[in-house]
Design a protein around this ligand. Structure first.
Ligand SMILES: Cc1ncc(COP(=O)(O)O)c(C=O)c1O
Length: 362
């Protein structure tokens, strides 16, 4: 079957294609916390199981209250979505923007969502020679030069698939200028749990045009439950909630997300693990001849393969061994040699490096 989206994480297609069971695959293509969900989330799912007899709370109130507690903001500053993807798709229509600036190379869904709502995007691309670190200066300049039709800015921080992060102060500098110009500023912080000091979420109070997206998919490892949220000004949040399909967030997801927020121990373990394991994986990947690595603030690494090879061939070869990695050659602004791999457990990471070494030698 032809894939319509070029994202990682489609283990079902890979299993069908290779005649494998799901547990015979190692997924480096979707960047999920390798320690899995919080044990408290698993318990909450089990305890909430009888609730599947009922519709879920359409207001997600308990979770919004838990988020309000965590961020010291009121619950009506949060809308919960069926994954942050649902919210990305609601934004252009609900906030009525037809033309958005997107800081890339980045996640393709912002552009798809804007286009699906009948609009278009202008990209501001970070350069390879800057190791894909976004230039704040270029973004500010683009905002100064912008044409009046541009009504929103999308910034992913830390960015996927490059792994590069701006500091909170830099994001705020951009958000202040964009807000002053009347743009909506959507900061996607799906991976910010790995560098929480970069979050600008608390600033939604002072910047009414700032909207911050977060997810329970990656760090909290609940991709199959589909749950994420957006924080922002009450009026914008109310408008988004109003346009959501009813009951879009299921009961098990709401309970698992709430429990995940109450497990600081799992958070600490996950951060320490990632810090060590990312360093080790970087060191091992650096021993591969001709391979370029880019610095990452998240739980994945962007890799450029040697000049004579193509990402697609590498992805296919590893897929035949049950190792799924992300082909980034179709991401606008990245070249045909670029792949992304999630940092996983030590044994899985060693398997990945060995497979890459073998393939590069062929
Ligand atoms: C940067 C970024 N934002 C948002 C999403 C959507 O995540 P979800 O809908 O699972 O919350 C993804 C998923 O890959 C992502 O990489």
């Amino acid at each position: 079957m032809k894939t319509i989206h070029t994202h990682g994480g489609d283990i079902y297609a890979a299993a069908r294609e290779g005649g494998r069971r799901l547990d015979q695959l190692v997924d480096f293509s979707a960047s999920i916390n390798p320690l899995g969900p919080s044990p408290k989330a698993i318990k909450a799912i089990q305890a909430a199981f009888p609730q599947i007899l009922h519709y879920p709370d359409p207001h997600c109130l308990a979770l919004r209250e838990a988020l309000a507690d965590r961020w010291h903001l009121s619950p009506d500053r949060f809308v919960i979505g069926n994954g942050s993807s649902e919210l990305i798709y609601l934004l252009p229509a609900v906030l009525a923007f037809r033309h958005a600036l997107v800081v890339g190379p980045t996640f393709s869904e912002y552009e798809r969502a804007v286009v699906a709502a009948g609009g278009r995007v202008t990209r501001i691309q970070a350069a390879r020679q800057e190791q894909y670190q976004p230039s704040v200066e270029n973004i500010l300049e683009a905002l100064h030069r912008r044409r009046s039709a541009i009504a929103a800015l999308f910034l992913c921080n830390p960015n996927s698939p490059t792994g590069r992060a701006l500091e909170a102060a830099e994001v705020l500098q951009i958000a202040r200028l964009a807000s002053a110009q009347g743009l909506w500023v959507i900061v996607d912080e799906t991976f910010v749990d790995y560098c929480e000091e970069a979050t600008v979420l608390p600033h939604i109070k002072r910047l009414p045009r700032l909207l911050v997206l977060r997810s329970f998919t990656k760090f909290y490892a609940l991709p199959g439950l589909r749950i994420g949220y957006l924080a922002g000004a009450k009026a914008a949040i109310a408008a988004l909630r109003d346009k959501q399909p009813p009951w879009s967030v299921n009961a098990l997801a709401q309970e698992a997300a709430r429990a995940s927020l109450q497990d600081p121990r799992h958070v600490r373990r996950s951060l320490i693990f990632m810090e060590q394991e990312r360093r080790r994986l970087v060191r091992d990947l650096q021993t591969l001849p001709g391979v370029t690595l880019f610095p990452s603030a998240a739980n994945f690494l962007l890799i450029e393969l040697p000049p004579e090879v193509r990402a697609g061939n590498c992805v296919q070869a590893l897929r035949r061994q049950g190792l799924l990695i992300r082909d980034c050659s179709s991401v606008a602004g990245l070249n045909e040699r670029t792949i992304r791999v999630a940092v996983r457990t030590p044994g899985q990471n060693r398997r990945l490096v060995a497979a890459l070494r073998q393939w590069l030698k062929r």
